[in-house]
Design a protein around this ligand. Structure first.
Ligand code: ZN
Length: 149
């Protein structure tokens, strides 16, 4: 990754941390899940409104580090309006980019590719994936809070 790209990526993450998108309780949500990353202390409550297999709306609340907040912010922005199979494939791609053995490829991830840099910091990978694991739990209807541990 070039220095220029890295700086751009950092700016995107800092911007989302400062002005998180969809950062509120969602009225009319029909799915919610809670996620917790004890390693860092990140907490997130995710709200979704699903209709006919499509994520009509998504929002979150919580506290945590810049990466966890930016990730949740960008995740909600990325999944609104998407059918569940596309949401699932985004999650799989992001997960592979962050934890796969073959190395980071941001192909098909759009802006979410900014998290590729997190791969170099294994302790922060859980910060970046917390929102996505919580999303997964909300979609699967898991009752217990999600923990990255
Ligand atoms: Zn964190």
């Amino acid at each position: 990754m070039t220095t220029e790209l890295r700086e751009l990526y950092q700016q995107v993450i800092l911007d989302h941390n400062k002005k998180p998108r969809n950062f509120h309780v969602l009225e009319g949500a029909n799915r919610t899940a809670e996620g917790y990353n004890p390693l860092c202390g990140d907490q997130i409550t995710l709200y979704l409104r699903l209709e006919d297999g499509v994520v009509k709306d998504a929002a979150f609340q919580g506290k945590g580090c810049a990466i966890s907040k930016a990730s949740a912010s960008m995740m909600t922005a990325a999944v609104i309006g998407k059918p569940l199979d596309e949401v699932e494939s985004l999650f799989q791609r992001l997960h592979t980019m962050l934890t796969g053995e073959t190395g980071a490829s941001g192909d098909g991830l759009g802006k979410l590719a900014v998290f590729a840099g997190v791969r170099e910091f294994p302790s922060r990978v859980k910060c970046a994936t917390l929102a996505w694991h919580t999303l997964h739990a909300a979609l699967c209807g898991a009752a217990a809070p999600v923990s990255t541990e």
